[in-house]
Design a protein around this ligand. Structure first.
Ligand code: NAD
Ligand code: LMR
Length: 338
């Protein structure tokens, strides 16, 4: 760890203990990949979250600097940095929630699946650490391709005998955030008043916005439906192209990740009625993983909502999404069992 343990102040034990007590009411959260484009703003926003008492920042580079910087923020969470594989166990031990944005991002012309070869191995190693050090933690998986990395994580946990489908959640919140924003623009509403369910997965046609279920209830022309579906499905590519080789969405992703992590923590605390979309082990379709609305509670995913009534356009989209998802899931499963 690159700074003091919570039981130790800078000048010794006595006063440091008071600080540890002050922060002990909240949850312990680790970010793996904390020095990256998503990791840094995510770490900053989690340091501002009053539900977090301890924040562990792990990466294979640059965590001492990021940790020193963020630890000066005068908010409650105690921040500790961990650098490199040999400090992974320290980063994970005792954590309630582990958020994973570790891995390479896309460049223009790439699909998320093009990241598989590098990111699959990274996610596998990190999940082996979780199985060993904090098997009861809730895991929020951001690293792409999410459609395959979540099945990879599940296989790793199954092999270790620690798999609990309620605790493994693929983060698709950015699709919902984008959908709310784009739909609000079309309707002339405040995006905070709009709720668009986005189901399926997190890549191209697997991102399926259910525009027939938008709240507040509204109707769209076919032109609006085509525009919105295309923009939501390709929101990630829009950012990748605008960044022109400098990576993919980081700031909006950090915002979405914190929104989702906060929902998980409020669920863990026992708040009622916390419902968000997430890519999880699921029975809502014949596929073993699928994103849909889930209710979050003290044990993680406590209920998976059915898709609800779909119109013909959405039923066609669902069939396309399932075809691509099935292949991505199989690819992830095979990677661990090869
Ligand atoms: P980045 O390259 O800026 O940061 C990634 C970080 O991961 C780096 O700091 C790197 O050192 C670290 N890392 C690499 N190998 C590691 C390992 N073995 N252990 C720990 N850390 C390791 O990339 P980024 O822009 O932050 O994106 C990260 C990932 O998130 C990418 O795969 C990207 O595609 C994905 N992403 C997902 C969503 C989503 O909606 N789920 C949205 C945006 C980006
Ligand atoms: C996104 O949706 O922004 C992320 O999945 C990153 C990407 O590669 O598009």
């Amino acid at each position: 760890p690159s700074n003091n343990s919570p039981t130790e102040g800078p000048l010794g034990l006595e006063r440091g203990i008071c600080r540890a007590k002050g922060g002990s009411a909240g949850f312990k959260v680790a970010i793996l990949g904390a020095a990256g484009g998503i990791g840094q703003p995510l770490a900053m926003l989690m340091k501002m979250n009053p539900l977090v008492s301890v924040l562990h920042l792990y990466d294979v580079v640059n965590t001492p600097g990021v940790t020193a910087d963020i630890s000066h923020m005068d908010t409650g969470a105690v921040v500790r940095g961990f650098l490199g594989q040999q400090q992974l166990e320290g980063a994970l031990t005792g954590m309630d929630l582990v958020i994973i944005p570790a891995g390479v991002p896309r460049k223009p012309g790439m699909t998320r699946d093009d990241l598989f070869n590098i990111n699959a191995g990274i996610v596998k190693t990190l999940c082996e650490g979780i199985a060993k050090c904090c098997p009861k933690a809730i895991v929020n998986l951001i690293s792409n391709p999410v459609n395959s990395t979540v099945p990879i994580a599940a296989e790793v946990f199954k092999k270790a005998g620690t798999f609990d489908p309620k605790r493994l959640l693929g983060v698709t919140m950015l699709d919902v955030v984008r959908a709310n924003t784009f739909v609000a623009e079309v309707l002339g509403l405040d995006p905070r008043e709009v709720d668009v369910p986005v189901v399926g997965g997190h890549a191209g046609v697997t991102i399926l916005p259910l525009l027939s279920q938008v709240k507040p209830p509204c109707s769209f022309t076919q032109k609006e439906i085509d525009y919105l579906t295309d923009r939501i499905q390709n929101g990630g590519t829009e950012v990748v192209e605008a960044k022109a080789g400098a990576g993919s969405a980081t700031l909006s992703m950090a915002y979405a990740a914190v929104k989702f992590a906060d929902a998980c923590l409020r669920g863990l605390r026992g708040d009622a009625g916390i419902v968000e979309c997430s890519y999880v082990a699921s029975h809502v379709t014949e596929l073993p993983f699928f994103a849909s609305k889930v209710r979050l509670g003290r044990t993680g995913v406590e209920e998976i909502h059915a898709l609800g009534p779909l119109n013909e356009y959405e039923r066609v989209g669902l069939e396309k999404a399932k075809k691509e998802l099935a292949a991505s899931i199989q690819k992830g499963v095979s990677f661990v069992n090869k």
